[in-house]
Design a protein around this ligand. Structure first.
Ligand SMILES: [Zn+2]
Length: 331
């Protein structure tokens, strides 16, 4: 879960390049000129070039509150069913093993996840690297490993680290120390380029679901999808500002009470925006993931935000999230 939030102004939505309708309307074989024009569009405007995104889930076995009468295992089972039904490629779940202590429901939930999807390291107790020395953070990574080793499938690679709060260190020395540790221990950094702080909706939904407040749940769904849509556009825009071209993306979600009910709509949204789902390995095969902003960062953030900050690129305006409403709804 992230706790930082940027105050961003409202931003106009970018419209997608409209598909060429001409050939379909005319019918018959397209002219040579028409074919050339279409080829031009494909090469230079990105039409038809689906953009890849890997979906990942943080804070396993569970982020946020549970609705009354619902177990973590049920939430996990329902979310896995959506991933399976929609043929989502292997989706990493990043684990904080401390949540398993004395909690059979949490252990059952994680076992269910790991039997179906890969797991990665999110540190033992969700440690904030900016508030702790590198050595303590490294111990947290290590302390999390027995649980990963125990639940992961035999041939699975759980050597992926997702930094809690997306914080890689407030000083460059700390950042480099942990990165060096990760390299020595064969870890890769599970980066994030798309994030709309979906965790903000988890506990809000758990409360509204507990009260069976259908009107509030409908409000949560629509505000979630609205913000998701704007932040997907923002991520693409920032990638262009940072790299000058589109990239493979990695989306950060959290596993919680809202996951299984909102996921089908979120997947529809990704599809509508032209994203193709891929594994984390495939997404991060994009050479942009070899780059490192290599600077201390007080707030942390996605890889794109870190580059924007390091290179002092101005942020595009973006919709404000409804922090206050989400914190208060259904209380
Ligand atoms: Zn987290």
């Amino acid at each position: 879960m992230r706790s930082d939030s940027r105050v961003m102004k409202s931003r106009s939505m970018k419209s997608k390049f409209p598909p060429s309708r001409k050939m379909r309307e005319k019918g018959g074989a397209p002219s040579r000129l028409g074919s050339l024009f279409f080829l031009f569009l494909l090469l230079f405007c990105g039409v038809g070039a689906a953009q890849k995104v890997a979906i990942t889930f943080d804070d396993l076995p569970l982020n946020g509150d549970l609705p009354a009468g619902v177990t973590r295992a049920e939430i996990t089972r329902d979310t896995l069913a959506v991933l399976k039904k929609r043929h989502v490629p292997a989706a990493y779940g990043f684990v904080n093993a401390r949540k398993l202590e004395g909690n059979p429901d949490a252990a059952e939930a994680l076992k269910l996840w790991a039997a179906a999807e890969p797991v990665g390291n999110h540190t033992y107790a969700h440690m904030d690297l900016n508030e702790n020395p590198a050595e303590a953070f490294e111990r947290e990574i290590e302390q999390n490993e027995p649980a990963l080793e125990l639940v992961a499938a035999k041939d699975a690679n759980w050597h992926w680290l997702r930094y809690p709060f997306l914080r890689e260190g407030d000083t460059v020395e700390k950042r480099r120390a942990v990165r060096a540790y990760l390299q020595t221990h064969q870890y890769r950094v599970a980066q994030v380029t798309l994030d709309w702080e979906d965790y903000l909706w988890k506990s809000a939904y758990a409360r509204c679901e507990g009260k069976k407040d259908a009107a509030s749940i409908a409000r949560l769904r629509s505000s979630y999808l609205d913000i998701a849509s704007r932040y997907l556009d923002l991520g693409r825009e920032m990638a262009k500002l940072v790299y000058g071209h589109d990239i493979n993306h990695v989306l950060l979600l959290h596993l919680g009470a809202f996951s299984s009910t909102i996921l089908p709509d979120a997947l529809d949204l990704l599809e509508k925006k032209g994203f193709t789902l891929v594994t984390l390995e495939e997404a991060e095969s994009d050479p942009v993931y070899e780059g490192d902003p290599d600077a201390g960062s007080k707030y942390g953030g996605t890889l794109l935000e870190e580059w924007m900050d390091m290179r002092k690129i101005a942020y595009p305006p973006v919709a404000k999230k409804h922090y206050k409403e989400l914190a208060e709804i259904c209380k």
